[in-house]
Design a protein around this ligand. Structure first.
Ligand SMILES: Cc1cc2nc3c(=O)[nH]c(=O)nc-3n(C[C@H](O)[C@H](O)[C@H](O)COP(=O)(O)OP(=O)(O)OC[C@H]3O[C@@H](n4cnc5c(N)ncnc54)[C@H](O)[C@@H]3O)c2cc1C
Ligand SMILES: *[C@@H]1O[C@H](CO)[C@@H](O)[C@H](O)[C@H]1NC(C)=O
Ligand SMILES: *[C@@H]1O[C@H](CO)[C@@H](O)[C@H](O)[C@H]1NC(C)=O
Ligand SMILES: *[C@@H]1O[C@H](CO)[C@@H](O)[C@H](O)[C@H]1NC(C)=O
Ligand SMILES: *[C@@H]1O[C@H](CO)[C@@H](O)[C@H](O)[C@H]1NC(C)=O
Ligand SMILES: *[C@@H]1O[C@H](CO)[C@@H](O)[C@H](O)[C@H]1NC(C)=O
Length: 532
């Protein structure tokens, strides 16, 4: 009562005097910038692991500036539908899986955090799949096996290409050479291919790099284990990022080193320091800054750089691809689909990638009894769905479900949700993909620093781009490098390779021998690994 009275009188003052602005965060008067040693731009996985790496190196003077009112970035959940007692369920709009689980020798750092905080997750069994076309159930699961055989060959070929330093090709060429050549009108084969390639890359095989696409899959699944676990924790997947942040932000989100609701608009950088300006007019000066903005944010030029980024950097930003991956959620009053199966693959007779994969959350281990199912679209089909009305999308999905289950009377959903990742002003898309015709050098340019401004995030990882663990590793490495530079002990970090600027290339040289890249470049793969 008392608080709301104060708040409303502040509002009244603000209404009378337009120079009195209500700001959520403390800021200094008279345009004097807050000074800090390291400014971390973004509180997603990369920003939080960078801040923790600084803390681990005993650097406590940093500020984290975050657009949203929460920590976690693209690990983002929302309430959806309701259970029998009227309580909402929690669904993940962004990252949903622990990817790369099961290895005894090497653990995915995100899996380590999931264990530490008891994150609820369930094995995603991709063998638990039924296949459909426009006239109902149609068993074409043999095509999944045929694809799998070609994939084994393709993976070997891609490894050999890296070893031989051969020019990259796209996924289409690589798989054709390995024996997978689906006809354009074989929509069942197209559906199988979509589920195996597009659904992960959020891009077609034509648009994707063959060797780097395969290498990234290998590095995650051969190293950390071949399994995926789906997170269905009522606290949300982001609880692991929030909890980890609380290990060093001692008052949690009230630690003054975390500034939520702060939109960075301008970054002035040089070899002496960085000045960051926010949309509320507040500013921060720092010895170093680390941008963890998504590739989509960088590509949309919503943050202005002063001076403008050099051409090699700009080119790298526009060379890499930001994909879109859209999970559309539906809750029904009953589970009319087989409740012993996880996945339902649908081959549209006319359009590749048209509502191709449904996944039931109603099963035991997920959100049992929820009657929730979701369907995933990517790339062009995701853009199309974003452009049209939710009602249009809902009717299209109901038509597909009625084709898949012709014997069922399928009601209207009781809850329906379509995320629009391209409209999210702090993400502009879902996650990155390595496009065809992109060398390690071009990617190093995305990762390199400009003066005292450094870059990290999912997209800067050559090994794990697109994955949450990629963001974690990139944040950690940038944090450790900046700490080493500040403490003048970089010779002791990464065998001395952390000293000074990251490599960048003004002139590109086509292919790059893999042994030129070691872990310092975010590339732990070398000829030793490929030979084994
Ligand atoms: C739909 C979807 C599904 C996915 N599925 C999976 C999955 O199953 N498994 C998996 O491993 N990964 C998955 N990912 C990828 C994973 O979510 C990302 O790799 C990871 O979260 C990226 O972390 P980051 O720190 O690099 O970037 P972000 O999480 O984007 O963090 C950057 C932060 O910067 C902030 N920011 C942006 N602009 C500004 C600004 N102007 N001023 C201040 N702050 C700003 C943002 O709000 C954000 O918090 C998925 C992503 C999406 C979107
Ligand atoms: C910081 O140190 C802790 C304790 O050793 C470790 O668990 C954590 O992974 C480190 N964080 C980073 C980002 O390196
Ligand atoms: C995965 O699903 C397949 C097909 O239903 C089943 O045979 C197998 O036992 C399942 N595996 C696990 C670990 O549940
Ligand atoms: C992928 O892994 C397989 C099996 O270990 C290996 O033969 C191949 O060379 C690897 N390919 C790439 C591109 O990493
Ligand atoms: C679900 O709704 C439909 C249409 O309103 C109705 O016919 C059906 O009986 C309902 N199912 C259950 C289990 O209530
Ligand atoms: C490859 O990496 C391993 C460590 O994973 C290292 O021992 C080896 O020396 C590296 N080989 C080359 C050629 O860099």
């Amino acid at each position: 009562m008392h608080r709301s009275f104060i708040y409303s009188s502040l509002l009244a003052i603000a209404a009378l005097d337009p120079t009195v602005a209500l700001v959520a965060q403390p800021r200094t008067e008279d345009g004097v910038c807050t000074e800090t040693t390291v400014a971390i731009l973004g509180a997603g996985m990369a920003g939080i692991s960078a801040a923790q790496a600084l803390t681990n190196a005993s650097i406590h003077d940093f500020l984290i500036l975050e657009y949203r009112n929460a920590v976690g970035g693209r690990v983002w959940h929302t309430d959806f539908g309701e259970d029998e007692s009227g309580q909402p369920y929690v669904v993940e709009l962004g990252a949903n899986w622990l990817q790369g689980v099961g290895s005894k020798s090497s653990e995915n750092p995100v899996v380590t955090l999931a264990k530490k905080y008891g994150l609820k997750s369930t094995f995603s069994n991709s063998s638990s799949v039924l296949t459909y076309d426009e006239s109902g159930n149609s068993d074409y699961r043999d095509l999944l096996k045929i694809y799998g055989e070609a994939q084994k060959q393709a993976y070997k070929d891609a490894g050999q290409m890296l070893l031989d330093n051969v020019q990259d090709s796209n996924g289409r060429t690589g798989f054709s050479m390995a024996g997978w050549k689906p006809r354009k009108d074989d929509m069942k084969a197209q559906a199988v291919e979509w589920w195996n390639w597009d659904c992960e890359a959020a891009a077609t095989p034509e648009a994707s790099s063959f060797v780097f696409g395969v290498a990234a899959e290998n590095l995650t699944y051969n190293q950390f284990g071949g399994e995926d676990y789906m997170v269905t924790d009522p606290r949300g997947y982001s609880t692991i990022i929030e909890s980890e942040a609380s290990t060093f932000l001692h008052k949690g989100v009230r630690d003054r080193r975390l500034r939520l609701n702060t939109q960075v608009t301008d970054i002035e950088y040089s070899s002496n320091g960085v000045k960051i300006t926010n949309n509320d007019g507040s500013c921060v000066t720092a010895a170093y800054a680390l941008s963890t903005f998504s590739l989509g944010v960088l590509q949309n030029e919503v943050v202005q750089f002063h001076p403008p980024l050099p051409k090699w950097k700009e080119t790298a930003i526009h060379k890499f691809t930001m994909g879109t991956y859209t999970k559309i959620f539906l809750q029904f009053n009953e589970t009319f689909w087989p409740d012993d199966t996880q996945y339902f693959l649908y081959a549209s007779p006319t359009t590749r990638g048209y509502y191709p994969i449904f996944q039931s959350l109603s099963k035991k281990g997920f959100l049992p009894g929820s009657n929730i199912i979701f369907v995933t679209v990517v790339d062009e089909q995701a853009y199309r769905v974003e452009r049209q009305s939710d009602e249009q999308t809902k009717q299209e999905i109901l038509t597909v479900l009625r084709e898949m289950f012709p014997d069922k009377d399928i009601p209207e959903p009781t809850a329906f949700l379509v995320p629009r990742w391209n409209k999210v002003p702090w993400a502009y898309g879902s996650y990155s993909n390595w496009p065809v015709g992109t060398t390690l050098e071009m990617h190093q340019n995305l990762r390199a620093n400009v003066g005292r401004l450094w870059f990290a995030g999912e997209a800067t990882s050559a090994s794990y781009f697109g994955f949450l663990h990629g963001a974690w590793y990139e944040g950690q490495e940038a944090g450790e490098q900046i700490a080493a530079l500040l403490q003048d002990r970089c010779a002791s970090v990464y065998g001395g390779k952390a000293c000074g600027d990251r490599a960048h290339y003004d002139v590109l040289h086509g292919t790059t021998p893999i042994d030129a890249y070691t872990i310092i470049n975010g590339w732990p793969l070398n000829s030793t690994h490929l030979g084994s």
